[in-house]
Design a protein around this ligand. Structure first.
Ligand code: AMP
Ligand code: MG
Length: 269
């Protein structure tokens, strides 16, 4: 990690190159201690979501992007472990359906945004439309390259309307992905996760890196920056995400709403 990235390790504020970020980075922290710290942060996330729900004025979206096996599901499971399921709306964006393709690429995304009071979890997102679409040449360059600006405009609508957008790029190394894919073959409880497509996508690693770099550089306005999360160590990945969430929610300075009635007049018989 270069010195600029060290002083501002995760939140992207200027042009970056992915190769300057070390997926193995863990700030020299102790694994067990950090796990305990993460659990405390997760408890706090549970409380903050209750406040979010009580106030009904804001929503939060976690966008998880990253190569296959980078932990897009695992991270959400960990950081939301103390949040009531009723307060969470999740979506896994797969290959678009016929219905999706009969609309603009943001239609299915906007429809999936959480109501105020809730936390939305996006496993993949509108960014697939400048990632897989670009790498596999599913659309010509004129189409996908115009999308960065369209994405910025869309996200501006969200953030200016009280949606906090936290975009996490879960950054793993190709070596770590190899380990995780091998585990999916060796461990019978993980066999079901293995998809031949993931093995095929490995061959496009550099193309995906270039596509991620452009997405991160073109779509990191101050209100919706990308966070590059070193993700070779799951415990450090989850700590960074939990801490970022707590900071973002605490910034709202939410209070418990006042009762709608004059409580002194209410008698429970
Ligand atoms: P998974 O997340 O492993 O279940 O895989 C979902 C697949 O859907 C991945 O291969 C994605 O690249 C693909 N996908 C998601 N969004 C799009 C999109 N907009 N266009 C094409 N493929 C997509
Ligand atoms: Mg997969």
């Amino acid at each position: 990690m270069n010195s600029r990235a060290m002083s501002q390790p995760f939140k992207i504020t200027s042009h970056i190159r992915l190769r300057d970020f070390n997926p193995d980075f863990h700030a020299g922290l102790d694994k067990e201690q950090t796990r305990e710290d993460t659990t405390r942060l997760c408890l706090r996330i549970g409380e903050l979501q209750q406040l979010l729900y009580a106030n009904q004025t804001h929503s939060l979206i976690l966008v998880f992007q990253g190569m296959d096996t980078s932990g897009k599901d695992g991270a959400g499971k960990r950081v939301l472990q103390f949040v009531t399921p009723a307060g969470v709306e999740t979506d896994n964006f797969k290959v678009p359906s016929h219905e999706d393709l009969a609309h603009d690429f943001l239609w299915r995304i906007h429809k999936a945004t959480p109501r105020y009071g809730n936390i939305g979890v996006f496993n993949r997102s509108h960014y697939e439309d400048v990632l897989v679409v670009r790498v596999l040449k599913l659309q010509p360059k004129e189409v996908w390259s115009a999308r960065y600006e369209q994405i910025n405009a869309f996200e501006k609508i969200l953030t200016e309307n009280n949606t906090i957008l936290l975009k996490f790029f879960l950054h793993i190394s190709k070596e770590e992905q190899a380990k995780r894919l091998k585990a999916r073959i060796a461990d019978p409880t993980k066999n079901w996760k293995l998809e031949m497509n993931d093995l095929k996508m490995r061959a496009y690693w550099r193309d995906y890196e270039a596509a991620y770099e452009d997405a991160i550089n073109n779509c990191s306005p101050p209100d919706a920056p990308w966070h590059i999360v070193p993700a070779d160590h799951k415990w450090y990945r989850d700590y960074v995400i939990a801490e970022t969430m707590v900071k973002a929610l605490e910034k709202l300075k939410m209070k418990w709403p006042k009762a709608k009635e004059d409580l002194s007049k209410i008698k429970i018989k």
